[in-house]
Design a protein around this ligand. Structure first.
Ligand code: HEC
Length: 90
């Protein structure tokens, strides 16, 4: 019985990460676009985990990944997401 406990704790931890993640200004257009466009290949990355400079590099990288997969990522959307990330970055 005691051996099950750590597994339960790990599951609870994972669920709480996946399910209730809150992001800054959730109702803004930038945040909505971010949630829609940046969860296609992985989970939602934490907005405050990176500095503005890191976000710029990451966006270039993600742009490449999207091109490889033929996912359109218009400059307009990139700009919105970039501004959103910069406003809320580390
Ligand atoms: C076409 C698929 C794809 C899309 C869409 C995508 N990513 Fe990624 N992303 C990846 C891949 C693949 C990796 C892993 C790269 C690696 O670790 O070398 C990654 C990794 C990341 C990481 C690094 C994770 C970490 O822990 O540091 C961040 C941050 C990130 N992506 C942000 C974004 C953002 C922001 C967007 C939306 C603009 C986005 N991604 C959209 C494919 C994608």
């Amino acid at each position: 019985m005691l051996k099950v406990l750590p597994m339960i704790l790990v599951s609870v931890f994972l669920i709480s990460c996946a399910g209730t993640q809150t992001i800054p200004e959730p109702k803004s257009p930038g945040a909505r676009l971010y949630q829609e466009r940046c969860t296609k290949c992985h989970g939602l990355p934490g907005v405050t985990r990176h500095t503005p400079e890191q976000w710029d590099q990451l966006l270039v990288m993600m742009d490449d990944f999207m091109q490889e997969k033929n996912i359109a990522f218009p400059d307009q959307e990139k700009e919105l997401i970039r501004n959103y990330l910069h406003r809320n970055a580390k």
